[in-house]
Design a protein around this ligand. Structure first.
Ligand code: SF4
Length: 326
């Protein structure tokens, strides 16, 4: 009897699956904390970037207790450069809840996970799958591409469109390996351009391959992002220090540090030096203005810090882009 698609993929994974510091092959990961941290880091960040951050993080905060007892600034500094800092703040908050309510353990039920700070449906499924080997279906960009090609779907798609098709193939007994396998297939074989179909365990069943339309799939529905503009002030004193301030405790980039800036309706027609950063829901362009020292009076809560000491302040990626231009 020919092997079904799920078994074909699992066999391929046993031979070809990637090694990652947060992954074990052949079942559940013994450390659910490692799974949780890696899953949050991997949101909106590539595997290559996450590897070093993950290793450093696990040394600095080896378990949930160490993380819950750490200072928020320490946590934000460990996260610096990964962007989307709400993730780090929520991890810290979540660690405290885990200590208080779950004796420092990560629950193995999806419904319990969903009640925790910073854990949404995707992360809850991933934790159930990778840490507890449950048959959860995980749909990320790689999975969408592979399934859409396998089934030859040429229309525009979203993750919920793909979910039932991905669910049909999910292994009932090897949830963790199956989810890793389909993600690896997308990342290493069924790549966005030049997919290596000759190496693919699903080549015989793949409709896109049969029709030669692999690269036209998937058509993913894109949301258009709103544009915002700002003017950022680089103010230096006679000692070479710059004026920086801490952002509010709530909202965008909360508790992180920045050069003072304000939102403006449009950029100056003079085409000043600028940095661009894309947030989840909007794109921000900040023009950079060297302002005289007197301008500091407009920002009474800001402080003077020398560039050699910037390493002690967690800056968001947006501001790191500015620092590179100094
Ligand atoms: S045969 Fe090619 S297009 Fe189809 S799933 Fe495999 S790698 Fe992707």
């Amino acid at each position: 009897m020919p092997k079904n698609l799920t078994t074909q993929l699992l066999d391929w994974y046993a031979q070809n699956g990637r090694e990652m510091p947060w992954r074990v092959k052949g079942g559940a990961h013994p450390n659910a904390y490692a799974v949780w941290i890696s899953e949050i880091m991997l949101q909106q960040t590539t595997v290559a970037t996450v590897v070093d951050y993950f290793i450093r993080w696990m040394k600095k905060f080896p378990d949930i207790k160490a993380l819950a007892n750490a200072d928020l600034q320490e946590v934000l500094l460990a996260w610096q450069g990964l962007g989307y800092y709400t993730r780090a703040r929520k991890i810290h908050e979540c660690a405290k809840v885990l200590i208080e309510k779950y004796e420092g353990q990560i629950p193995n039920k999806r419904d319990d996970l969903l009640k925790l700070p910073g854990i949404g449906p995707y992360t809850a499924s991933s934790i159930c799958c990778f840490a507890f080997n449950q048959p959860e279906t995980v749909v990320d960009g790689n999975v969408m591409r592979v399934i859409a090609r396998l089934r030859g779907i040429t229309k525009e798609i979203t993750a919920p469109d793909i979910y039932p098709l991905a669910q049909e193939l999910t292994s009932p007994t090897q949830g963790a390996d199956y989810a890793s396998a389909i993600m690896d297939l997308g990342a290493t074989v069924c790549t966005p351009t030049n997919p290596k179909c000759a190496e693919c365990p699903w080549v015989a069943a793949c409709i896109a391959h049969k029709k030669g339309i692999q690269e036209q799939i998937p058509q993913i529905k894109k949301l258009t992002k709103k544009e915002k503009f700002g003017r950022l002030y680089l103010i230096q004193n006679d000692s070479g220090e710059y004026l920086i301030r801490k952002r509010p405790k709530q909202g965008l980039l909360a508790n992180l540090w920045e050069f003072p800036w304000e939102e403006i309706p449009e950029l100056s027609p003079k085409k000043l030096p600028h940095v661009v950063h894309v947030f989840t829901h909007f794109k921000l362009t900040l023009e950079l203005v060297h302002a005289p020292q007197e301008k500091a009076e407009d920002f009474p809560n800001a402080i003077w810090v020398h560039p050699k000491d910037f390493k002690n302040y967690p800056f968001p990626t947006l501001i790191q882009k500015v620092i590179k231009k100094l």
